[in-house]
Design a protein around this ligand. Sequence first.
Ligand code: FCB
Length: 435
Amino acid sequence: MNFPKDFIWGAATAAYQIEGAFNQDGRGESIWDRFSKTPGKVLRGHTGDLACDHYNLFRRDLRLIAGLGVDSYRFSIAWPRIFPRGSGKVNSKGLGFYKELLMGLQELGIRPAATLYHWDLPQALENKGGWLNRDTAYYFRDYAALIFQELGDLAELWITLNEPWCSAYLGYGSGEHAPGIRSPQGYLQAAHNLLLAHGLALQAYREENLSPKIGISLNLIPQEPVSQRPEDLKAARLRDGFQNRWYLDPLFRGEYPRDLQESSFIGSFVQEGDFSLIAAPLDFLGINYYSRDRIGADKEGRPVKYPAERELTAMGWEVYPQGLFDLLSRVDRDYGPLPLYITENGAAFEDTPQEGRVADFERKNYLKEHFAQAARAVEAGVPLKGYYVWSLLDNFEWAYGYERRFGLIYVDFKTQKRILKDSGRWFRSFLKGSN
Ligand code: FCB
């Protein structure tokens, strides 16, 4: 596999999934604390109270990151550690933690990529309507501005939002994620407020005149038609509209997808000037890729998901490496030219440690095959600059709690012992060879 010399390899995590320390040093409550403690929301009632206890063990984890040999580490900042009530008084201990983490990375020569929002909205803001409330976008701007002023130069990449589709749809549409609201229409409003939040944070960033780069991470899922029948093509295009173009078009074209505007009620929440903020130029786009969906039309022409054709991961997601190449090429063609990063890619499989070893050959194969597709894209001229594996550590996998493991490093959640899995060893030797 050929990658350019300056290609960035990394591993990724997110605050609520690894930090634990939910009430330490003045951290406020987040919507995930509330949601995970609501019976029936998370598998086996798991919560992020302790998770990987990374907040307390981060020095140890920094050594593991360095040991892997990655160029970069992607993590997220917990808004409720900085503003325990969403706005108002700053919690200096929370800020101090991220400063230490960033400095620790720099000392080790690891380039930090920091995400401002990976789903852990302060509960105090949810109490005022959360992402259904336009004000939340302005609170986010204030939080972002503070982070940029205090830590702006310490990261190399800044990511405003992680996967606004998940925050909006899973949080306010289907209710599978925090805050667990089911509002088939409200979720588009939430999506808009998230995009606005991104635009406002981006504006705040530019005002600081910082040199690191800034972008956003989208979870793009190719919606592949199961046949070339016009009904199937139309159904797949419709799903692609709500899944992918609903975020790509506003960010890069300053409008919601033209073919979907009639079927929605966007007029009720879009205000003048929003799109000039949302579509302001980005330094890069982060793409999180895991799988594809196979889509056809039912008798009424409505899109339906078809079963996968290949192996599934423990999440039930089809292993489809080719989709990564297709996706990168498509984004570059339709929305480029723009530097791209894969800000997440990885897989959950059942891992059982045996005599201190985790033989996760499926994960290794998954990564290898996806790396090869990324190499193909680079060769085809796609400006792909880097690749982050999800995840550094096994962690709190949202509604699945600790029952799904994505880590390169195995975590025994009872003892907090970490074991580098075989996939991690493979990644480490891959990095040695490529650097
Ligand atoms: C992504 C999330 C990340 C992780 C992976 C498996 O959607 O960004 O936090 O849960 O999926």
